[in-house]
Design a protein around this ligand. Structure first.
Ligand SMILES: [Fe+2]
Ligand SMILES: [Fe+2]
Length: 213
């Protein structure tokens, strides 16, 4: 890696920033997103590996600020600013920093801003992949647990239920959001991996239905 020292120094800083983040968005999530990026990069040769990996490392650095502001601050927008400051302190070339900052800013779909560069698209998909498959199930149950939700409910109960209620189960998250994610992905490889992970989730919820009802 060309910017090895900068990467190591930033890793320490991001790890510290995410120390108190919830289980779904902690430093482990950052590491998994980096791993997903590595997998996607094998199939998206047009994307620059270093830009992608630095962007993955920094993508959620402003999560704690979003949490503290109760959602008023968008972690992608603020994260892009913070990433810019952090990269400047490391003295990486301006053009490189700008490409990383752009990928961080666009990693979250909001106001119709979608990443236009292959690097941004890889990060976008890699982040979503972490909400799917076995990891996605783990994260969905952790979140449901933090809301005091039930282990499982019917699709009628889940869809009629409100966010942060007893009916805000992992299954509700799957029905409302997760099953639609592969269709929103921007690279062919991401979509394929997303569909494969989704298949596993479907199997899991079919089995859960069988055991519970
Ligand atoms: Fe994010
Ligand atoms: Fe993320």
């Amino acid at each position: 890696m060309k910017f090895k020292t900068a990467f190591e120094s930033l890793s320490q800083k991001v790890r510290r920033l995410l120390l108190d983040s919830g289980a779904g968005h902690d430093y482990d999530h950052t590491l998994r997103v980096m791993k997903n990026c590595e997998k996607l990069l094998e199939e998206v040769p047009g994307a620059d590996r270093e830009i992608v990996i630095f962007a993955a490392l920094l993508h959620d650095c402003a999560r704690p600020e979003e949490h503290e502001s109760k959602g008023k601050i968008c972690h992608a927008v603020r994260g892009a600013e913070l990433a810019g400051e952090l990269l400047k302190n490391e003295g990486v070339p301006e053009e490189f920093a700008a490409a990383v900052v752009d990928a961080v800013r666009c990693h979250r779909y909001r106001d119709g801003i979608l990443p236009q560069t292959p690097e941004g698209q890889v990060l976008f998909d890699a982040d979503k992949l972490d909400s799917l498959g076995a990891v996605g199930l783990g994260r969905a149950f952790l979140f449901a647990g933090s809301c005091g939700a039930r282990v499982h409910n019917t699709s009628e109960e889940a869809l009629a239920g409100e966010a942060y209620s007893k009916e805000d189960t992992a299954y509700r998250e799957y029905l409302v959001k997760l099953r639609h994610l592969p269709g929103t992905m921007l690279t062919l490889a991401g979509r394929r991996m997303g569909e494969e992970r989704l298949k596993f989730m479907k199997l899991f919820f079919d089995r859960l239905d069988e055991e519970v009802f």
